[in-house]
Structure formats: structure tokens, C-alpha cells
Design a binder for this molecule. Structure first.
Ligand SMILES: *Cc1c(COP(=O)(O)O)cnc(C)c1O
Length: 435
């Protein structure tokens, strides 16, 4: 598979180069030259395949021959090494629980796949790779976990001080070893701006081999298709009709992977882009105008994104045809109040505990189904509610029991380097021996 830059000013590259570069030299996002099509037979037979096989068949055309079949199968098997059950909440709403991985969020899939691919690609190189990543919470933990103790790779994570949940912070700051956490006195946007500047800085790039692990990287984006296939396999055994799928969206990498799966042939009827107050895409779906905004803080903080990077990929997927985009996606904007209300109602009435992001998706899907009474669907539950216990406990007025793995890290000391939201300060740390 060849990848081109959506800014159209960079040469075609293969999967290996796209993964190592992260972003194209012209700052565009990489996009596959063609969308692989799955045969009807393959789809019809999906319940007879195990998840390892499904994931391999889905990703193989995107990887091409830059990883051998044996190695790719191994990477895939390690990536999906946890449960992803489709759980019934009501008669017409299910939850695809994507939070049974190491850091309790769906980002484990992309991060595990990407870290293993990158490790595979750099294992024979003499140069150390530095993975530089800005996080609003979940990415950092998933990336840290995926690269922990991997030889030849250093990870530097920038996170906004005081703006991530306490579980997220512990996941970022307690590993040590090859993982460094920089606690930035500023916002997520400040962290992201510093990372972007580092990629442009000649001095840094002369000394370090930098790569990014944000969702713009194809090796993080593409494997997110897997669980839409796993979900469909489970769905198909229950219903003949195609599901409506509601995805809590921030940078739109997750929903864009689902849409890619649909364009490849996966039978999904319709997607819902469920957003919080940061509703640039839902607004676009009404007005046809794309107007980036400054991110607004909400209780579903992993979706506080004012200029979603994967929007351009969605437009490309539908060849910039507004009607096609609209026929495939309905946007929703859900307030914090409605998120709290939904979370509490579903907990009380259905005995199912959502996290704030899942509650946004649930609220949107519930409204959609009230207007489309013959349909059924599922939400992608992107994080374990315990990850956001600071938000969830006051809503349900109960304590959530921490899983053992979390309980354990909550007692470990936080190891972070406090920095100002200042590029020069971060640059000095990157260039010094402390990294
Ligand atoms: C990252 C994240 C999202 C948003 O996913 P995108 O791919 O950025 O749209 C939603 N929920 C949780 C819990 C996340 O960590």
C-alpha cells in the first residue's frame, strides 16, 4: 500500500515510512492510495473466523510487505490481547466495551499496534528513536504502556498540569524507565503546540530521531478498524439488520476508522458523531461550514478538541461530497448537564455504569433511535468509568471500586518534570541527558 499526503506536496511512501514519519513532510496527514474492499463472502463468513484472523485480514493490505506475515500476525495477536464484548444495555442499545486493555481506554489498540510496528521497524537501526507526544489524558498512558521498557525507544509525554484525571496522571507518571512525563503549566493546546514546534526545530532533529504517536499516525489510526469488525461479528449473531453506531468523538480518529471499515464493506447502517460542547463537526454537518474553535473544557475531557485532525481524512474518504458525508454521519452536541443526566439515568434504570464519554454517545444514540424507531445500535464505550471517577462518583453519589491494577498504581509516587508552557524549556530538556 502506498500513502500520500492530504496536502499533496509530498512523495508517496510505504507503510513503514508513513509510520516512522507520523506526518508527511508537507505537514499533511497520510492517506492510503486506495481503499481495500472485503468480499461479500468474507463478510458473510465472519462468525467463523477468530478475531486474530479478522484483524490480520483487515490490516494486511494496509501494511503490504514491509512486515512479514509471521511478524504481522504476532503484532496483531499482541494488539488485540483483551476482551471487547458487546454488552446489552436496553432492547435497542448495546455497548461495545473497549476498556478492558492495559490502560482502560480504547486507545490501547492503536498504541499497542503502533508501538510494536515502530519497534519492529527500528530494531536494526543504531539511532535511538524518541517518541514525543502531547496528551489530553488517555493517549499518554496508552503510549507509555505500549513502549514501556522497549529497547531503543525513549518516550517523552507532555500533559497539561491539573487537567487530566488522577488515574490518567498516575498512568503517565509512575512507569519511569524509558518513559518521561513533562507536566506542563498550561493547556493541552499548549502541549500540542510545543510538540509541533519540536518537529520543526532543526537543532532537535539533528540530535534526535523524533517521531509522534498522536492519532494522525497511520499505525495508530488504521488498527482502530478491528473492533468494528469484532462488534459486527457479535451483532450478526443477534440481528439481521445493520447497526447504528455511536462514537464519542474528539479528534475523530476512532469514528474515521469505523467509516473506513464501512467503506471497505463492513455492514454498518449509519454513524453518529457524538460530541460534547466541542461540536465543530456536528456544526459542519448542518451548515456545511467547517469552523475550528478554541477547545472548551468539559467533563468528557478526552473529546475537548476544537480542530479535529482527522476531519480531513473523513472528507477524503467521501471525496469531499457533502451529501455522502451527511448520508453516513449524523452529528450530535451533548451538554455536560445532559451527559450527567444520562449517566445517572442509565446507572439507575439499567444498572449499567457509563463513563462520561460513553454517556455522550448514549445520549446521542438514544435520541437518534427515538426518531428512527425500527433501528437498533451500539455505542463505543471508549473508557472504563473508573478512569474518570473524579467525575463519575459525584454524579452517582457512590464510590467506584478500583480494579486491582489501578489501586496498585495509585499508591506509586508520581515522577514528572514540571515545565512552563515554553518551547525553549522543553527543548533544553530534550537535548540534555535527562531524556
Ligand atoms: C481519545 C478519546 C476519545 C476521542 O477519540 P477520537 O479518536 O479522538 O475521536 C473519546 N473517548 C475517550 C475516553 C478517549 O480517550
Amino acid at each position: 500500500m502506498q500513502y500520500y499526503s492530504l496536502n499533496n506536496q509530498s512523495p508517496y511512501v510505504d507503510f513503514k515510512v508513513a509510520t516512522i514519519n507520523g506526518q508527511a513532510p508537507d505537514k499533511g496527514l497520510y492517506f492510503p492510495k486506495s481503499i481495500p474492499q472485503l468480499s461479500k463472502n468474507w463478510i458473510d463468513d465472519i462468525e467463523n473466523k477468530n478475531n486474530e484472523q479478522i484483524a490480520f485480514d483487515v490490516i494486511k493490505p494496509f501494511v503490504g510487505d514491509v512486515i512479514s506475515t509471521v511478524d504481522l500476525q504476532k503484532i496483531v495477536n499482541e494488539t488485540i490481547n483483551f476482551e471487547m464484548p458487546l454488552v446489552k444495555i436496553t432492547d435497542n442499545i448495546f455497548s461495545l466495551e473497549m476498556y478492558h486493555g492495559a490502560t482502560l481506554a480504547f486507545k490501547d489498540i492503536g498504541a499497542r499496534f503502533m508501538s510494536r510496528c515502530l519497534t519492529h521497524f527500528v530494531k536494526d537501526s543504531k539511532k535511538k528513536v524518541t517518541v514525543l507526544v502531547a496528551t489530553s489524558g488517555d493517549t499518554g498512558g496508552a503510549v507509555a504502556n505500549g513502549f514501556y521498557n522497549v529497547e531503543g525507544v525513549e518516550v517523552v509525554i507532555l500533559y497539561p498540569s491539573g487537567k487530566v484525571s488522577s488515574v490518567q496522571e498516575k498512568q503517565l507518571t509512575t512507569l519511569g524507565s524509558n518513559i518521561k512525563a513533562l507536566e506542563v503549566n498550561g493547556s493541552f493546546d499548549d502541549c500540542q503546540a510545543i510538540v509541533k514546534q519540536a518537529f520543526l526545530d532543526t537543532e532537535i532533529n539533528n540530535h534526535l530521531f523524533l517521531t509522534s504517536a498522536n492519532s494522525i499516525n497511520v499505525a495508530r489510526w488504521l488498527p482502530q478498524q478491528f473492533y468494528y469488525f469484532f462488534a459486527y461479528k457479535q451483532w450478526k449473531q443477534l440481528y439481521k439488520t445493520e447497526p447504528i453506531v455511536s462514537v464519542p468523538s474528539g479528534n475523530f480518529g476512532n469514528i474515521c476508522a469505523g467509516l473506513l471499515a464501512k467503506v471497505s464493506g463492513l455492514p454498518i447502517k449509519h454513524f453518529i458523531a457524538a460530541c460534547n460542547a466541542n461540536a465543530v463537526v456536528p456544526n459542519y454537518l448542518v451548515t456545511q461550514k467547517y469552523e475550528p474553535q478554541k477547545a472548551i473544557p468539559t467533563i468528557s475531557n478526552a473529546m475537548d478538541v476544537g480542530n479535529p485532525s482527522n476531519f480531513v481524512r473523513i472528507m477524503q474518504l467521501f471525496q469531499h461530497q457533502f451529501e455522502s458525508v451527511k448520508n453516513n454521519i449524523t452529528g450530535y452536541k451533548v451538554s455536560d448537564d445532559d451527559t450527567r443526566k444520562t449517566l445517572l439515568e442509565v446507572y439507575k434504570n439499567e444498572k449499567y455504569l457509563l463513563d462520561p464519554h460513553g454517556a455522550v454517545a448514549y445520549n446521542a444514540l438514544q435520541d437518534y433511535l427515538q426518531k428512527n424507531l425500527t433501528e437498533k445500535g451500539f455505542i463505543v464505550e471508549t473508557a472504563h468509568p473508573v478512569k474518570f471517577y473524579d467525575v463519575v462518583e459525584p454524579i452517582i453519589k457512590e464510590k467506584i471500586i478500583l480494579p486491582y491494577a489501578i489501586e496498585e498504581i495509585m499508591h506509586l509516587p508520581k515522577k514528572s518534570i514540571l515545565v512552563e508552557a515554553n518551547f525553549e524549556e522543553v527543548k533544553q530538556i530534550l537535548l540534555s541527558n535527562t531524556v
